[in-house]
Design a protein around this ligand. Sequence first.
Ligand code: C5P
Length: 309
Amino acid sequence: MSVTVRVPAKVNVQLAVGGARPDGFHELANVFLAVGLYDEVTATESTALEVVVEGRDADRVPADSSNLAARAATALAHRLGREPTVRLRLVKDIPVAGGMAGGSADAAGALLACDALWGAGLSRTELLGICAELGSDVPFSLVGGAALGRGRGERLTTLEVGGPLHWVFAVADGGLSTPEVYRECDRLRDASGQGAGVADVPEPQASPALLAALASGDAPALAGLLDNDLQPAALSLRPSLRRTLETGREAGALAGLVSGSGPTCAFLVADAEAGRTVAAALESSGHCRTARHTLSPAEGARLLTAPSR
Ligand code: C5P
């Protein structure tokens, strides 16, 4: 018996990062938007927990119990009082360690797939609770669309979202470590004299103007408001991303920013034709490995197949 789930990538149209909390996480106002790049997770009954990874950059993804998808299956199995006897096949299309929540997508996908495979029938609230334990971005991967994440990003409020919006993603060679990017953000704040603690940094707030532009699908308005507090840290760790951002803007993107903790750069473009132009310019520039044109919003984790024998 096996079940396949498709799960989208995300871009953060606003990532407001507050101070470092005593638990090491940062308080966020995180405006998530799901975009049409997808991983697929197939769960098949097996005698033990196995992970197989295929697709783009599969060799950079751990194919063992440390994989977040395997941890999702294990968490659900514990909840159900059973063994996680499942083979998880991950087919990657979301950039690996790219700031687009690919690992979180695989975890949300594995959770939904195992829930169906094992006939558990957990409620959405129960699934979201397990997602939040697995990682800050995992709940959003389950719900998709657009949402504001508070706390460390796991407390979601669904947002109205217009569209379609056209995006180009410039995929870099190699990834960036999310904890390292947050640490660099703290270091830059300390070095500027501001300080990096909760008392030093204003409480992060979502921009009402940005939420209005997102709700109406107004690409030019949204372009002027895209904002990522992790961008200076990502650029500090990977200065070559400046050239990537310049290349996309010069080729006609409405705006560009680092996606989440990077190093993928996201460009909002006016339409499909601009998407093709910007993607072609980025690919021929040599300032990224590949460029992908896609649309938002995208729906969250979804069963592609009913459980089948
Ligand atoms: O929640 P997740 O496991 O995805 O977080 C990975 C790392 O990113 C954390 O260990 C932490 O270093 C950093 N992080 C953070 N504040 C957040 C979310 C993540 O500092 N709100």
